[in-house]
Write a protein that binds this ligand. Structure first.
Ligand code: CMP
Length: 230
């Protein structure tokens, strides 16, 4: 058995293939090496629609914003694949993929991979299973980002109330705190923060549990202004 066969045998994506099909696949793959830091795929590139399998090393999938900042979508290791999205929908690459270590990759051309998929439908099921896992993970990232933004907005509203009506004072043990008397309703805070009353209630509870604020009857006490600013 050749080295490529052996590598392909350890790849989850190909678990539905029998020995003969793995041999066919092994004859189709081309090996490519990339140095640490080298870009393998460019976002928006439409020059290739091959699939890549990581035989050795590690890559990062990133999106670059206009100001040059990078959002990391995923990190993929030995035995994992990428490039399936353009292969399937024919669109340009959806993200940039960069080697984070010296890496050895196996590539398969679009038409050849599609032919194997047509002959072995279970391969499509494995591929869809992995794509579902990735989508779930991205959904979780979106939800936590959205939540973080809401936390930030409610914190900004509390800081604004503090600037407008807060009274700086000291506790008996000398800690400096800020009191906002006759605190506004949760609905008012929600309207100021562009969210719902229920979310404000959750966020205020969270801040209280963390010890940043205390909801004391009619008053709001801010104990850790600096934490609300971060
Ligand atoms: P493709 O769009 O062809 O090229 C970039 C590749 O990055 C893409 O296929 C996927 O293989 C991979 N990719 C894009 N978005 C994600 C994500 N959210 N999670 C994991 N991998 C991704």
């Amino acid at each position: 058995m050749g080295l490529k066969n052996e590598l392909l045998r350890g790849v989850d994506l190909f678990s539905a293939l029998d020995d003969t099909q793995l041999d066919v696949m092994a004859a189709m793959v081309i090996e490519k090496s990339f140095r640490k830091g080298e870009i393998i795929l460019h976002e928006d590139d439409d020059s290739s629609q091959s699939l890549f399998i990581i035989a050795k090393g590690e890559v990062k999938v990133v999106l670059t914003a206009e100001d040059g900042r990078e959002a990391i979508l995923a990190s993929l290791k030995e035995g994992e694949f990428f490039g399936e999205m353009s292969l399937l929908d024919g669109e340009p690459r959806s993200a940039t993929v960069r080697a984070v270590e010296d890496s050895r990759l196996l590539t398969i051309r679009r038409e050849e991979f599609l032919n194997v998929m047509r002959k072995q439908p279970d391969l499509s099921l494995t591929l869809l299973g992995e794509m579902s896992r990735r989508l779930r993970k991205s959904n979780r990232q979106i939800s936590s980002l959205a939540l973080m933004r809401v936390y930030g907005r409610v914190a900004a509203t509390l800081l604004q109330l503090m600037e407008e009506r807060g009274i700086r004072t000291k506790t008996k043990d000398g800690k400096s705190i800020i009191i906002v008397k006759d605190k506004p309703t949760q609905q008012f805070i929600a309207d100021m923060s562009g969210t719902t009353r229920e979310t404000v209630s959750r966020v205020l509870n969270f801040f209280q549990k963390k010890g940043y604020i205390v909801l004391d009857g009619k008053d709001l006490l801010i104990l850790h202004e600096e934490e609300l600013k971060t």
